[in-house]
Ligand binder design. Sequence first.
Ligand code: AMP
Ligand code: MG
Length: 353
Amino acid sequence: MQTIIQRIEMDQELSGQLKEAARILQNGGLVAFPTETVYELGGNALDPNASAAIYAAKGRPSDNPLIVHIADLDALTVLAKEVPDTAYQLAEHFWPGPLTMLLNKSDIVPKETTGGLETVGIRMPSHPVARALIKESGVYIAAPSANRSGRPSTTRGEHVIADLNGRVDMILDAGHVTIGLESTIVDLTSSVPLILRPGYITKEQIAEVIGAVEYDKAVLKRRKDDTIVARAPGMKYRHYAPKGDMVIYKGTAERVIAVINSLAAEYAANGERVGILASDETAERYQCSTVLRLGSHDDDEEAALHLFDCLREFDDLGITKILSESFDKGPLAQAIMNRLLKASGYQMVELSQ
Ligand code: AMP
Ligand code: MG
């Protein structure tokens, strides 16, 4: 398939630049587009064939549901069977923005879009290109992250091109996204609302608006079937994963630096290509040729923004062993550590003093 790659000029009027993309969506085709969180791969949410094509392009298992992107609140009552007050309260505070709500789906949403589930994930993104595309096409856009399944999500046009060129009809390249982590997902169909995926909108922010909200157990612990022993690579469920084997080290800065330096030397001597995921504060303390900085330990927003960039850069550099610091400070700590843990296949080593 020939993929049309279109650069979007953000300082110029958008709807004219999106006419071809809108036409592709209306005709059942696939368009990758930027949102504030990550790039997404979109198709018509009400067209089962479009959803099937999304799964095929990503190489994604078809029981992993897609999120439906909307541009106005009226869409809620079209896509959901019943819309609780909590949904409107959250929408008022956080939409447009990086929050996905799970509601019971209406009959018009095909099971192909929801991975066979009776619930539908709905989000109103704030990125001007995403909003303009939904409006220009008049399509509710089903869209998972625009990466090959299992690989790190994409935060810039080049990432999407690397993963999906030749597999989708069009890629809209509007530069780097502004958040860098996927949306927070909150399930409003359970008796107490549950956060299924931590993201930029925190549990505390949601609780301020609707009261009680809990993390789903799977957010805090790895899934039962992910039977992994720390530092035993190869036999585990991985997501957002770089190609290299990755382990996170947690502890005091001095101890983490000492352990990572010593392991890096040992691995390099064994012929591994070693990469270290460090911070602005610590990067210069490592004796290793490939040290990437996630940002300052005091700036969780910056760390979130660079996380997937760094994981992809390790891949581009052919890194086979990644040693990462733990990034567990600030309101986004839960979301950042969730992605790092998944990327590492939950290989985290807690270092004692
Ligand atoms: P992605 O956009 O790649 O992060 O994929 C969307 C994610 O949203 C899925 O992997 C699910 O975790 C979640 N999701 C979307 N819709 C539902 C739903 N109806 N029930 C549970 N999870 C959902
Ligand atoms: Mg994804």
